[in-house]
Write a protein that binds this ligand. Structure first.
Ligand SMILES: NC(=O)C1=CN([C@@H]2O[C@H](COP(=O)(O)OP(=O)(O)OC[C@H]3O[C@@H](n4cnc5c(N)ncnc54)[C@H](OP(=O)(O)O)[C@@H]3O)[C@@H](O)[C@H]2O)C=CC1
Ligand SMILES: C[C@H](CCC(=O)O)[C@H]1CC[C@H]2[C@@H]3C(=O)C[C@@H]4C[C@H](O)CC[C@]4(C)[C@H]3CC[C@]12C
Length: 293
């Protein structure tokens, strides 16, 4: 079993990564120059890093999150890095009016949109499900329903520009590990909705791409704070993660997996031996350190 985990699985993961990444040979950062891009959850973490990459690539940026002071700093840095333009709209994605407001801002300022990056998440702990159904409802609203509302409001402009929607999800949206029940549910929902929508766009010959990003553990402040006492694995770098998401979106890939080896191996083991994977996950966590709420 040890040999299987140490040699065979990584090799297979590498082969899969090669397969997925061989499609990305044509990526060129100039593809993003002058493009009109919305990034949600852009005040910290992976969203902030995506904003900086896009700024270097000379895109036009419209950023959003709740904390105005953080957004002001990110916008300032984006302008220093070379963004063609950068502005923000602040607000919480549990407000049903924010998606429309954001897309109206894009239409009024740019007259169109090329890329919508859906990345924000509401706060959720890393702990046993404590029966708080209201929390699940609220998280669904922020992590799922607002993504649907944003994509719906953006579609007319994206159809016009033959643009792209990028949906940032998680391995927790493909595999139900412990301590993320509400969060995991919202990410599974994204896969269901956007995979179905992709099919409909293809049937209707609408050239808007949908890229779903399946991420493993990334070294953002909030994730490290939430899980480092339970999960001993080293997180992957947010800067590289952000670039891989943009690359996959620009190439109109169906899926981005990052870090590719870890995510690829987990998905492969899940399809071959799901219960075995569940037991590996359980035994690799320091469950004794999980704080009950
Ligand atoms: N880091 C990781 O290990 C992994 C991350 N992911 C995914 O990557 C994406 C980014 O995660 P990460 O960078 O770690 O997260 P962060 O916690 O660093 O960033 C979350 C962003 O969402 C914003 N946000 C929080 N609540 C709301 C709200 N109610 N309305 C609007 N915006 C809100 C935050 O800003 P503010 O507080 O100012 O509103 C912030 O900009 C998520 O979709 C996550 O699921 C997937 C797998 C692993
Ligand atoms: C550790 C998990 C990977 C499997 C492994 O054992 O290596 C991580 C994969 C996805 C992560 C979660 C995630 O999707 C983001 C959440 C962001 C929140 O701010 C808190 C942390 C997360 C629940 C995060 C925790 C680690 C993973 C489960």
């Amino acid at each position: 079993m040890g040999l299987l985990l140490k040699v065979f699985i990584p090799l297979l993961g590498a082969a899969l990564a090669f397969y997925f990444y061989s499609a990305s040979e044509n990526f060129n950062e100039e593809m993003l120059r002058g493009k009109r891009v919305i990034v949600t959850g852009a005040s910290s973490g992976i969203g902030e890093q995506m904003a900086y990459h896009l700024a270097r690539m000379e895109a036009h940026l419209l950023l959003t999150a709740r904390t105005e002071a953080k957004l002001q700093k990110v916008v300032k840095r984006c302008l220093e890095l070379g963004a063609a333009s950068a502005r923000y709209v602040s607000g919480s994605m549990d407000s049903p009016t924010l998606p429309e407001e954001l897309l109206r801002e894009a239409e009024n300022t740019w007259g169109g949109l090329d890329m919508l990056i859906l990345n924000h998440i509401g706060q959720s702990g890393f702990t046993y499900f404590n029966g708080d159904v209201e929390h699940v409802r609220k998280l669904m609203e922020i992590n799922f329903v607002s993504y649907v509302a944003l994509a719906t409001a953006a579609l007319p402009m994206l159809k016009e520009s033959e643009g792209s929607i990028i949906v940032v999800s998680s391995i927790a949206g493909r595999i139900g590990g412990p301590f993320t029940a509400p969060y995991s549910a919202t990410k599974f929902a994204l896969d269901g909705f956007f995979s179905s929508l992709r099919q409909e766009l293809i049937i209707d010959k609408v050239n808007v791409s949908i890229t779903l990003c399946i991420l493993g553990y990334i070294d953002t402040e909030s994730a490290v704070r939430a899980v480092s006492h339970v999960i001993p694995d080293a997180p992957a770098p947010k800067e590289e993660c952000a670039l891989e998401i943009i690359r996959g979106g620009a190439l109109r890939q169906r899926e981005v997996r990052y870090p590719p080896r870890a995510v690829g191996s987990m998905l492969l083991i899940r399809s071959l031996a799901p219960e075995f994977l569940d037991s590996i996950i359980r035994s690799s966590y320091h469950v004794e350190n999980v704080r009950r709420t």
